[in-house]
Design a protein around this ligand. Structure first.
Ligand code: AR6
Ligand code: MG
Length: 301
């Protein structure tokens, strides 16, 4: 089951990204029009980089992960990267240290985009048994491109949500309130604590416009990480429903889809992901192989 959860999280993240990036359909109570090309964007491209580096070092090495990000980006720069990461990569190539370059973005504030959270699933599964270590690695992998506190903390909360989903038993009922309470105890950040409270209050909300407005559906980590967690929690019964709900909220659909899929896949395991999505997923076999290697490293120890 644990192996299936590792694979489910990484494949789920890629499926959510691919679905979100090709979602041009409609969603209402009666109509479901879905287009799934299977091709994914920078979210999955960077998640693959995180996994590749964790595997190569059997843990986190900031310099190595940075070099993998740069190598992958240079091979396929057309994946849909936002402006921040490529600028950081150029600075690092010109000699700036990997843990200093990202501090230069946005006039020295650092990025609070969701780019560090969208790629963090491998950290969530790999460190699910040790939340202290998880926090440290989630933070440090963020630092490469996202130096703003809200960008780093968003990624850390997303990694924690993936870890809690790995630990939860999918055959018994999930207590969404308890899940949110654990995250609230986990984060010291006041803004995220308030968002977690809001998510709690909105769990029964039927109006999607209100959900998107209050939790956010933008590229900022604080306007999307909690939204993804919420999408999972209110649809915890079904992987499919959780990611379709995520993309139906609009906005940054590929990234909110990816983050929702990572949590949902970690909860259910890969068998719960619809075959029509898995079979059409770009490089699905490779992503599965990465997840299995992460699982193998952890379980051999
Ligand atoms: N001040 C002002 N605006 C900011 C700041 C800041 N400190 N930080 C971020 N932004 P970026 P990402 C805004 O470039 O997080 C892709 O499609 C600013 O408008 O670091 O890696 C991914 O798939 C900036 O351009 O990128 C994600 O869906 C934007 O946030 C998404 O884009 C994104 O920050 C974010 O990717
Ligand atoms: Mg995106």
């Amino acid at each position: 089951m644990l192996r299936s959860k590792f694979v489910g999280s990484l494949i789920g993240s890629a499926v959510g990204d691919a679905l979100g990036s090709s979602f041009e359909g409609l969603w209402s109570s009666e109509t479901k029009i879905e287009r799934f090309s299977g091709s994914w964007t920078d979210d999955t491209h960077m998640m693959i980089g995180v996994a590749e580096s964790l595997i190569a070092n059997k843990g986190f090495d900031g310099n190595h992960m940075t070099q993998i990000f740069i190598k992958n980006y240079e091979r396929e720069p057309w994946r849909g990267y936002a402006s921040g990461p490529p600028r950081v990569f150029r600075w690092i190539k010109s000699g700036v240290a990997w843990n200093e370059a990202a501090k230069r973005l946005f006039s020295g504030a650092g990025s609070y985009g969701n780019g560090a959270a969208m790629r963090v699933a491998p950290v969530g599964v790999f460190y699910h048994k040790n939340l202290e270590q998880l926090r440290s690695v989630a933070y440090n992998q963020s630092r490469i491109t996202h130096a703003h506190e809200l960008g780093m903390e968003g990624a850390t909360i997303q990694a924690c949500a993936v870890a809690l989903a790995v630990t939860a038993d999918p055959s018994s009922e999930l207590d969404s309130h308890r899940f949110l309470r654990k995250l609230k105890d986990f984060t010291p950040n006041e803004l995220y604590k308030r968002k977690l409270e809001r998510a709690w209050e909105l769990l029964g909300e039927k109006n999607k416009v209100k959900v998107a407005r209050e939790l956010g559906n933008g590229v900022e980590a604080y306007n999307s990480v909690l939204t993804a967690i919420y999408c999972f929690l209110r649809n915890w019964v079904s992987f499919e429903d959780s990611v379709l709900y995520a993309v139906s909220l609009g906005g940054d659909t590929d990234t909110i889809g990816a983050m929702t899929g990572a949590i949902s896949g970690a909860f259910h395991g890969v068998e719960a992901i619809p075959e029509r999505w898995k079979s059409g997923l770009e490089k699905g076999d490779y992503i599965e192989e990465l997840a299995e290697k992460l699982w193998f490293i952890k379980n051999r120890k």
